[in-house]
Write a protein that binds this ligand. Structure first.
Ligand code: DCS
Length: 288
């Protein structure tokens, strides 16, 4: 959409340029966030901005603005683009300097943010999606929301080329997360999801779901599970900012719950929608 944020400035998208030696462009040296907007309002915006600052700290990147300053600019960005239902994508890189691996002595972080209309994926939320199962070949700091996403995009592309929505990743048979989502199973009325270690991104949606489990009376454990447990689960779903609580009706070759979203998954979808409506108001627009 028309107006983007470049550092502290609002400019037309066509005027936005980055240096060819920007370290984000050359090394993926930066961090990012995707924030959901419903009814013109941010959902869990504060949590996303807190995680951005945490990711930046983990890569020793000083952000030249406060959370409050950034929040103010993002609110103006939503307004300038008249965004109703969609996302804000924002990234911060270590900035431009002569190419060298070590940090430059002096460079200024470069922030870019823009909005995009993204409808809620209602059909898929109702019917569920399929997922492939793939090796998790990524690095050991998946807790950082880094711009380095080659491992994630190669897995997603493999899923996409097989007509699937997501790739469920595993390390030596232990499920970690999806290529752009967290993964959950339910067995005998208990939810399991990988603990928030260095091997996964601690999703904001994941945290919201664990909070909502208490409200709907679902027992949960942050405990990793194996591919065998995935194949034997009563219900499987993935979760992210854009996918919300997305039922998985086939994981690899295994059909889950007769190919229908399970009862706990459906309850969590409703609980998340309630939580969204509490923060953002009644969901009347499904599209941008
Ligand atoms: N794990 C990975 C690897 C992700 O990329 C994401 C989100 C998640 C988990 C879920 O985190 P959130 O609940 O905080 O969204 N990926 C974002 C992305 O790149 N597009 O949409 C969401």
């Amino acid at each position: 959409m028309g107006t983007i944020l470049l550092n502290n400035q609002f400019i037309d998208r066509s005027q936005g340029t980055v240096d060819i030696e920007d370290r984000g462009y050359q090394f993926g040296d930066g961090v990012y966030e995707v924030i959901r907007i419903y009814e013109g309002k941010m959902f869990t915006g504060d949590e996303h901005l807190t995680r951005l600052f945490e990711s930046a700290e983990k890569i020793l990147l000083d952000l030249p603005f406060t959370k409050e300053e950034l929040l103010g600019n993002l609110l103006r960005l939503i307004e300038k683009n008249s965004l109703n239902t969609g996302i804000i994508y924002l990234q911060v890189t270590r900035g431009a300097s002569v190419r060298q691996h070590q940090f430059p002595a002096a460079s200024e972080a470069v922030l870019t943010a823009y909005t995009k209309e993204v409808a809620r994926p209602e059909e898929q939320l109702n019917q569920g999606v399929t997922a492939i199962v793939a090796d998790d070949v990524r690095w050991l700091r998946c807790d950082i929301k880094s711009l380095n996403l080659l491992g994630n995009i190669l897995a997603k592309q493999e899923a996409f080329s097989q007509g699937s929505f997501e790739a469920i990743l595993h390390r030596d048979g232990t499920v970690t997360e999806g290529s752009s989502s967290n993964v959950f199973i339910i067995k005998n009325d208990q939810l399991l999801t990988h603990p928030a270690t260095n091997l996964i991104l601690n999703g904001i949606t994941r945290r919201e779901i664990l909070r909502l489990c208490a409200d709907i009376g679902l027992n949960y454990k942050e405990e990793s599970f194996t591919l065998d447990q995935l194949n034997d689960a009563d219900e499987v779903f993935i979760a992210s900012t854009t996918a919300e609580v997305m039922p998985v009706v086939q994981a690899g070759d295994t059909i889950v719950g007769n190919r229908k979203p399970g009862k706990w998954t459906t309850k969590l979808q409703a609980a998340l929608k309630d939580s969204i409506q509490q923060q953002c108001g009644e969901l009347v627009h499904s599209k941008g």
